[in-house]
Design a protein around this ligand. Structure first.
Ligand SMILES: [Zn+2]
Length: 208
């Protein structure tokens, strides 16, 4: 653990992973995935068409497309992870990600309802697993700490007053706190909560 961490919110770069924007940081920056989303959609449509054909050449074409898509997603993941680690290194902050292992266990135990839709999408998508791996090894190489925090209610908690209510998250994009009225982009709000939880992991009694 770097000794220069002062255990305040400013020492942590919270990163929220999602579908529309691949990564959103507690700095309020988006790392977009529109291109990836389109490519994925195109690939799924093509796969359906080729699978229904079932011929040898269709299978070959499918394999080529699969490899091309993997390369593209890996390229995007490399770019995003590189950028995130650069930002963390440039500002001497630890990177904070949601600990999805916990969520996976809870999902297995049958409390699926607590897992929000976005999180299920994140879990079911291999490219996010790869992105997390890339962030981890690039951070390690740069001497940047990666911290995992409890993902529960990160999208329902107000990053300003701490009020937890699922109605706070109005839709995919908008967060409006029904206690203090604080309004901001839902992904940025989640990233701010993730960053704050990094404080508790480093020093359980610290006040953010
Ligand atoms: Zn609030």
């Amino acid at each position: 653990m770097p000794t220069n961490l002062k255990n305040t919110r400013n020492d942590f770069l919270g990163v929220d992973l999602g579908i529309a924007k691949i990564a959103t940081t507690s700095d309020g920056k988006f790392y977009s995935g529109t291109k990836v989303k389109n490519i994925r959609r195109r690939y799924f449509r093509l796969r359906q068409r080729l699978q229904s054909k079932g011929t040898k050449s269709a299978k070959r074409k499918l394999k080529q497309r699969r490899q091309k898509k993997s390369r593209f997603v890996a390229d995007v993941n490399h770019c995003i992870s590189k950028r995130l680690v650069e930002v963390a290194k440039g500002t001497q902050r630890a990177i904070v990600l949601e600990d999805l292992k916990g969520i996976r266990e809870r999902a297995r135990k049958g409390t699926r309802k607590t897992v929000c839709k976005t999180m299920r999408q994140v879990l079911s998508s291999w490219s996010f697993y790869q992105l997390r791996q890339f962030i981890e090894y690039k951070a390690r190489a740069a001497g940047i700490l990666v911290i995992y925090v409890d993902p529960r209610n990160t999208s329902r908690t107000c990053s300003k007053c701490g009020n937890v209510d699922k109605k706070n998250r109005r839709d995919q994009k908008h967060f409006v706190c029904n206690a203090c009225g604080h309004a901001l982009n839902a992904d940025i709000n989640a990233a701010l909560n993730i960053a704050r939880r990094g404080v508790d992991v480093i020093q359980p009694n610290a006040v953010a």
